[in-house]
Design a protein around this ligand. Structure first.
Ligand SMILES: *[C@@H]1O[C@H](CO)[C@@H](O)[C@H](O)[C@H]1NC(C)=O
Ligand SMILES: *[C@@H]1O[C@H](CO)[C@@H](O)[C@H](O)[C@H]1NC(C)=O
Length: 313
């Protein structure tokens, strides 16, 4: 004990032990099927989607798990009746919730195709009061990735802060500017869509404390992937991960009160509020709903392939 105390005193502040986290959930392959619930709900963002339940997803092979592979995808076989339901797809939500934690998403492939709107995010109760953190999100194959917080009123970000990404709007309040939230665009084009996929994907990580939220991205085979991330170690030290892509400090936002216990959600929708409205400016053919209805083959790459999800506290 004495020895440990001495050690702590001897460490410079930037190696604070608070940056060390221990693995609590090591989710690979079939573990996604037991640690997440399938949500056959109607899309709150009005997408051209039909979220199916667990047994339907497995029967149609929209989810597939083996070894260190977990696939989640949309149907790429069916021409849709324009008057019927949307394209079959999957939305899953973690059974567990997390407050202060680190999550590391090792993803080999993400959904691509005109009209796709995939998301990996962490969401609180009684939206927007419990807060929302969008880790990986975009539409119509347009990168780079944007990390966004959505909150109730009274949470905004300083214009200048220590991050490599580019802030869009600094007010996180969902009531401002049609729920744009406070987003930060990553600088690396390999963080989203076809460029992410052709590079073999990579790692997204989020660190949430009571005083800040940070997010990082490392492309597959990049020279700067931290060893603890790359090797899926049982202890990670965020203090050695370098400047985050996105940094959300508590200077004008009480993080602890705006962000409650969060579920992790993985979803893939089509068109809807964002992908639909951005569709015509994204170089995609015809109209979004019409394209999604008529071109199942265009969605053969509309799938996530997760190598792992590791959560640390
Ligand atoms: C999918 O994820 C995004 C994440 O930002 C969310 O805004 C949207 O409501 C989600 N859609 C569905 C249907 O769950
Ligand atoms: C289900 O999907 C997996 C992963 O893409 C694939 O390897 C497998 O062959 C598929 N199974 C069937 C029955 O199509």
């Amino acid at each position: 004990m004495k020895f440990l105390n001495l050690l702590i005193l001897a460490l410079p502040a930037r190696f604070a032990l608070a940056a060390t986290y221990n693995l609590v959930d090591n989710i690979l392959g079939t573990a996604f099927l037991t640690t997440f619930n399938f949500q056959a709900i109607s899309d709150p963002t009005h997408g051209r989607v039909n979220y199916v339940d667990a047994s339907t997803a497995q029967r149609l092979n929209l989810t597939y798990a083996a070894g260190d592979t977990f696939i989640l995808r949309a149907d790429s076989k069916t021409v849709l009746d324009p008057n019927g339901p949307g394209r079959n797809s999957v939305r899953i939500q973690s059974k567990k919730t997390y407050t202060t934690h680190v999550s590391v998403y090792n993803i080999r492939h993400m959904p691509q195709g005109c009209g796709t709107w995939p998301a990996v995010w962490e969401n609180g109760p009684n939206w927007p009061n419990g807060g929302e953190v969008d880790v990986l999100e975009g539409v119509n194959d347009k990168g780079p990735n944007q990390v966004t917080l959505h909150t109730s009123a009274g949470c905004s970000m300083p214009a200048s802060r220590s991050q490599t990404g580019t802030p869009a709007q600094n007010d996180c309040n969902v009531a401002v500017n049609s729920n744009a939230g406070c987003g930060v665009k990553m600088t690396d084009s390999r963080s989203y869509g076809p460029a992410f996929n052709s590079n073999g994907g990579g790692w997204f990580a989020v660190e949430r404390t009571s005083t800040f939220i940070k997010a990082w991205f490392w492309p597959r085979n990049a020279g700067n992937v931290p060893a603890d991330v790359k090797n899926g170690q049982t202890v990670v030290n965020t203090g050695s991960w370098g400047t985050p892509s996105a940094y959300f400090p508590n200077t004008q936002c009480d993080i602890a009160s705006h962000f409650k216990a969060h579920n992790i959600i993985i979803n893939l929708t089509f068109c809807g509020d964002w992908a639909g409205s951005a569709y015509s400016s994204s170089g995609c053919p015809s109209g979004c709903v019409d394209f999604v209805n008529k071109n199942p083959g265009s969605f053969s790459n509309a799938f996530f392939d997760f190598a792992s999800l590791r959560v640390y506290t």
